[in-house]
Write a protein that binds this ligand. Structure first.
Ligand code: HEC
Length: 121
């Protein structure tokens, strides 16, 4: 094989390998929720609590905040959520510190829901 061809082949394969690597491991910065998208408590946030079975512990008989669907909003706001500021909201900081090992997309939705005003709908 001619040398230039060999070089192109090696570089090409290396590039392909690296592009796969990045496709499989998206970084947190890659999760961008459309700024125009309205984030809904009942359609976007409650399903995260349900999917992660938060109410198994967070219910009226056990642990505050109460995350059962009918009570979750009033239990969270304003005690655990400071509308407009996720970094001063213990709902976000607790989860961001690894409580329940939430996936990055769910975490980003909770953060943006708070930063966009913690819409009750
Ligand atoms: C296995 C039981 C369990 C599950 C499931 C669970 N939690 Fe918790 N959570 C706790 C306990 C216990 C505490 C209090 C002690 C602590 O902070 O770890 C707590 C504390 C919290 C706090 C309060 C932090 C503070 O500042 O007081 C928040 C907010 C919270 N959990 C949110 C969630 C969310 C959201 C989910 C679901 C993604 C969840 N938890 C799932 C047991 C649980």
């Amino acid at each position: 094989m001619k040398k230039p061809l060999k070089i192109i082949l090696v570089y090409g394969l290396t590039l392909i390998c690296f592009s796969c690597y990045y496709n499989e491991f998206p970084e947190l910065e890659d999760i961008i929720i459309d700024p125009e998208e309205e984030i809904s408590f009942s359609n976007d946030i409650l399903p995260i609590f349900e999917a992660n079975d938060c109410a198994q512990c967070h219910n009226p008989a056990q642990q505050e905040p109460d995350l059962t669907p009918a009570n979750a909003y009033n239990s969270l706001v304003p005690d655990y959520v400071n509308p407009g500021n996720a970094n001063s909201s213990s709902l976000f900081t607790t989860l961001n510190n690894g409580h329940r090992d939430l996936d990055a997309t769910s975490l980003e939705y909770i953060k943006e829901w708070i930063n966009r005003g913690a819409n009750p709908n």
